[in-house]
Design a protein around this ligand. Sequence first.
Ligand code: CMC
Length: 427
Amino acid sequence: MANTAELTVDGKSYSFPTLEGTEHEKAFDISNLRDQTGYVTLDRGYKNTGATKSAITFLDGEQGILQYRGYSIEDLAAKASFLEVAYLLIYGELPTQEQFATFETSIRRHTLVNEDMRKIFDGFPVNAHPMGVLSSLVSAMSAFYPDLEGSKEDTTDQHIIRLLAKMPTIATWSYKRGLGHPMNYPKNNLDYIPNFLNMMFSLPVEDYKVDPVVAEALNVLLILHADHEQNCSTSTVRLVGSSQANIYSSISAGISALWGPLHGGANQEVIEMLEDIKADGGDVSKYVDMAKNAKTTGFRLFGFGHRVYKNFDPRARIIKKAADDVLSKLGVNDPVLEIAKGLEEAALHDDYFVSRKLYPNVDFYSGIIYRALGIPTNMFTVMFAIGRLPGWIAQWKEMREQKEPIGRPRQIYTGATLREFVPIEKR
Ligand code: CMC
């Protein structure tokens, strides 16, 4: 018989069903809590709240396990292509060769972005942060596809293809304009990642050949970022989408959420922090001490700590090894890699970090690889967004297919109680 949870409040007892996921995580089902008891729950930051049932990604923070649709992140990072993983996340199974060919060809054919989008882009200041620009332009895409009526599932696949195809193209615009270089059009004879690299780095004045080491490193990074269950940006996508807002608006909101320094924006913060440590003489212990006194210094070690991982972040393990491999294959000697390792070493032996279970997360080493690939710091979070896109799409689609009700949390009101209005001349 299924377990039940008993709650006694105001002298009355209530019973609530429990449920168990396929990986044995357990939950109390409190869907009827308020109706039955008159109480709501308070869970700031949703540290204990399951917002949905989902069959996309499983992670176990204690064991350091991450799986997409049942496949381990280690396996996927070593063996799959980013678009295969995108298909897996969105449609639930690894594609057959035929399914993959159709999916990939559709994406190839949609990489071109409407020229009028360029006019919108031209209105941004040259030094606008690429994340703000990306979020705005993805939202603007909704204006170019008027068939996007949220409830019409028949056009969803088309929008999914458009998003996957066009977002990398748009992403490269900020980079090119920042340099004063002409923007490149996509070349559809190239695969997904080489096409992106070509738009980023080729110039009309010389030949550009995609380095397979760079393409492979990017493939791994994008796979590692592709989904992470109900994190802040994904929850944002699902919440916005739950009002039946269209997929472009929902994903645009997710991009904005990702930009924050406690979430995807941490990858930019990490490199800036490592640069500061280098400029300050490379004394990592000074920064570890500052982070230990976060309450007074306001300083946190960016790239450290995670809401769910309390042992290690499996993505960070893969990325740390990849950082060593990629830098040595490319012959790059980046002094901040040594500073990062020194910082990790110091923190992992410090009781403050050990007792709070703070370990390097996915953002700690990823920036060092991006930098070695030639990607500038202000584009790091954009790279995260390109990686996370299939996850956001998959979660949005699942939310729609499960016909989830509009997301609408409760609150505990702590403001003034009813009082009489005083006209302005009497105040
Ligand atoms: N440096 C120093 N102290 C930290 C850090 C850190 N990076 N992270 C957490 N702590 C301390 C925090 O001060 C608190 O201490 P105390 O119990 O004494 O008050 C304790 O550890 C628990 O922290 P929390 O803020 O309650 O934990 P959380 O689950 O709410 O926050 C986090 C998770 C990722 C926001 C946080 O660890 C953090 O701010 N890390 C730095 C930013 C970062 O790297 N973010 C990327 C996360 S992974 C990728 C992604 O999501 O995009």
